[in-house]
Structures are given as structure tokens and as C-alpha cells.
Design a protein around this ligand. Structure first.
Ligand code: PMP
Length: 387
């Protein structure tokens, strides 16, 4: 038989999956690993999808998604984030934020183009770049700088081959956020270089301590930004597979070409659910956010008290705990924690080299679940001599 794609053969399996395959072979494991809300989708949202099916709305929609939904997305972003996009030709409804990232990369990249990624970063970015023929170039983020993107680092990373930078704030895995003032310093550099920014804002609603900010709020660079967002995290709708892009018309047209041939249109029932989510689901978002905030506070306080110096993440539902004190690598720490106390976390290195010395702990779990896991982590640390 002929050989499969070299690019695909060379892709590394996700460091998250690798670890969970191991955890799945064991009994009594308590996981703090998964990055999806433990809440079920609010029922009124599900009902709208069910009603749409009763009404026979079981056909394809426009390639870019139902105009009614795009109008709601435009309104939501205008009112909540000060982002202005035309529902007619600047918004595409996609199969999750995942498809949005993929079509953005494929619409931008010519073979050999450099795409800057922040390290540590969400596991899907580099594969999407490589599959589109691009070359990932890293900027290392540090805990001392709260895992923010600094202007000097951005400037140094840009070369004539740079096509775009991929960013994600609030960040998976670090929980780091950028403020309006932080972004303001990047704007002149972006403007001068003319590079695109793919801004994954899927955790926008989970900004706990400051108002969510976005580069798309700056008129000077607005046309260089491709915003990726979706319903998975804020509305607890991971299984519905619905996200979207916001961008200028030209980029949107290019991405629509890919989307129309590969996907046709996002699932129709899910689009009806999303309309209800945007119209009447905001109180649900706030309720879940409050619960995440309480869990974060409990988890970070406990980790600090048991001897792991952990900064307070300002967004998402992840804590990036510094385990350097243990003298173990991230991989070893997670493997030993799993075999000794049956608690599953994700090694920081699953998200890039800069994740060495950290573990990602998700708090998208119930308070009781988190407390039990913390008790076990405490026993594990005591055995390592950390108190
Ligand atoms: N971006 C980030 C940073 C994520 O954490 C996730 C999900 N884990 C996604 C995108 C993809 O989400 P979805 O495809 O469900 O919208």
C-alpha cells in the first residue's frame, strides 16, 4: 500500500489523550483532567432544538449559518464585548471553535508561512498550522509575567515570513488573561507588521477578575483579527459542536469557501439551540460562572496551603500549578500522582515546552469532587516531603 500523508504521520498524539488512556485502564481514578463543563446544557436551550425538529427544521442552512443566529451573535458581541461585525458577511457559524481554528489557518497559510504560537498553548493549534502547511514559531510565556504576551516578545518573533499569530486569552492551559491596556501595547506592532491575529476567545465569558478585552476592539487593527468563539464553554454546549468566526469580509469569504466544501453548514438543530442560548441563556452563564469562581478560589487556596505555590488564574476553568518544588518532571509528577493517589491531572508539557514544571488542573468538576481530589493530592505531597 502507498504511504499515508507525511504531515499526518509526523503529528504527535495529544498529550492529554495519551495520559487519559492510561487513567482509563485504572479503577477508582478521580479526574481533574477534562476541559469541559460538568453542567448539562440548560434545558430551555435543548427545548428550542427539539421544537425546531418538531417544526421540520431538519434541512441544511445557509453555508454561513442561519441569518437569525448570525444576527444574535452580532448583537451579543456588540453588547457584551464592544466588537462590531456584520451578520451578513463577517460571521460564519462553524462546527465548534475547532473548525473555526482550522478554516482560519487554511484560509491564511501558504506553504512555509510562519505562524507564531504562544507556549504553553491549547493542543490543537500546532496540528492545525502543520496541516495547513505552516511553520509554528514559539513565544515562551512565563509565570513571572502571568503568562501574558509582551510587546517585546511579539516584536522579536515577527519575521518577513510571519503570516499570523495565534493567541488565546483567557488561556487554556494557564488561565492567564490580557487586559485592554496589555493589548494596547501590541497594537502598533501589529499595525506596522500587518500580520493577522487568530484570537481564540472561547473562554471570554469566564473572565473572573477583570472585564474581558479583545484586540478586535481596536479599530486600527480590527481587520487583521479573526475572532474564534463558540458555545461549548460559556453555555455548557460542548456536545452540540457549535462555534463561529468573526472577521473582515475578505477573510470571511475565503474561510466560507473551505467551510462550504468541507462542512456545508453547521448542524441545524444546534443552531436553533444557540439562538435560544444567546436570547435567553445569559443568566445561566452567570450562574455557572459564579460556581466556577467559587471552585477556583477553593482549589487555589488549598493548593497554596498544601505547599504548591499556585497563582490565582483570572480566567477559564484551569489552574496551572507550579510543581517545581517536587523535583519531578511534569510527566513524572502526573504519573506518580495517578499511580499513588489515583488523581488524574494533565502534565504542563502536553501544552508545550514551557509547561515543564507545571500541571494543569481543571475545576470543571463539582465542589465535592475537587475537595476529594485535593485531599489525595495533599497526601501525595506529604509523601514527597512537601507541606
Ligand atoms: N479553544 C480552546 C482554547 C479550547 O480549550 C477548546 C476546547 N477544549 C476549543 C478551542 C475547542 O472547542 P469547541 O470545538 O468545542 O468549540
Amino acid at each position: 500500500m502507498k504511504e499515508l500523508s507525511k504531515t499526518v504521520q509526523d503529528l504527535k498524539p495529544s498529550g492529554i489523550r495519551k495520559f487519559f488512556d492510561l487513567a482509563n485502564t485504572m479503577e477508582g481514578v478521580i479526574s481533574l483532567g477534562v476541559g469541559e463543563p460538568d453542567f448539562a446544557t440548560p434545558w430551555h436551550i435543548c427545548e428550542n432544538a427539539i421544537e425546531s425538529m418538531y417544526d421540520g427544521k431538519t434541512h441544511y442552512t445557509a453555508n454561513r449559518g442561519l441569518l437569525e443566529l448570525r444576527r444574535e451573535i452580532a448583537k451579543f458581541h456588540r453588547e457584551h464585548y464592544n466588537q462590531f461585525y456584520d451578520p451578513e458577511d463577517e460571521i460564519i457559524v462553524t462546527v465548534g471553535g475547532s473548525e473555526a481554528i482550522d478554516i482560519a489557518m487554511r484560509a491564511l497559510i501558504n506553504p512555509g508561512d510562519e505562524i507564531i504560537v504562544l507556549d504553553p498553548n491549547y493542543v490543537a493549534y500546532e496540528p492545525s498550522i502543520l496541516l495547513a502547511g505552516g511553520i509554528p514559531v514559539h513565544i515562551q510565556l512565563t509565570e513571572e509575567k502571568e503568562f501574558k504576551l509582551l510587546p517585546e516578545d511579539l516584536k522579536n518573533a515577527i519575521t518577513p515570513k510571519t503570516k499570523a499569530i495565534m493567541i488565546n486569552f483567557p488561556s487554556n492551559p494557564t488561565g492567564g488573561v490580557m487586559t485592554y491596556e496589555d493589548y494596547e501595547k501590541l497594537v502598533p506592532i501589529l499595525k506596522e507588521s500587518g500580520i493577522y491575529v487568530i484570537s481564540d476567545e472561547i473562554y471570554a465569558e469566564l473572565s473572573f477578575d477583570q472585564k474581558f478585552a479583545s484586540l478586535a476592539q481596536f479599530k486600527e487593527v480590527r481587520d487583521q483579527i479573526i475572532v474564534v468563539n463558540g458555545f461549548s464553554k460559556a453555555f455548557a454546549m460542548t456536545g452540540w459542536r457549535l462555534g463561529y468566526t468573526l472577521s473582515n469580509k475578505e477573510v470571511s469569504q475565503a474561510m466560507t469557501k473551505i467551510h462550504q466544501y468541507v462542512i456545508m453548514s453547521a448542524p441545524t438543530a444546534a443552531q436553533h439551540a444557540a439562538i435560544e442560548a444567546l436570547r435567553n441563556g445569559y443568566t445561566d452563564v452567570l450562574r455557572m460562572k459564579e460556581e466556577y469562581r467559587n471552585r477556583r478560589n477553593l482549589l487555589v487556596n488549598r493548593l497554596n496551603r498544601m505547599g504548591l505555590p499556585t497563582h490565582m488564574p483570572h480566567g477559564t476553568f484551569y489552574v496551572f500549578a507550579n510543581i517545581k518544588k517536587s523535583g519531578l518532571s511534569s510527566d513524572d509528577f502526573c504519573e506518580k500522582l495517578l499511580s499513588d493517589q489515583k488523581v488524574a491531572c494533565v502534565p504542563g508539557t502536553a501544552f508545550g515546552e514551557s509547561g515543564e514544571g507545571f500541571i494543569r488542573i481543571s475545576y470543571a468538576y463539582s465542589m465535592d469532587h475537587i475537595k476529594t481530589a485535593c485531599d489525595r493530592i495533599e497526601i501525595f505531597l506529604k509523601k514527597l516531603g512537601i507541606e
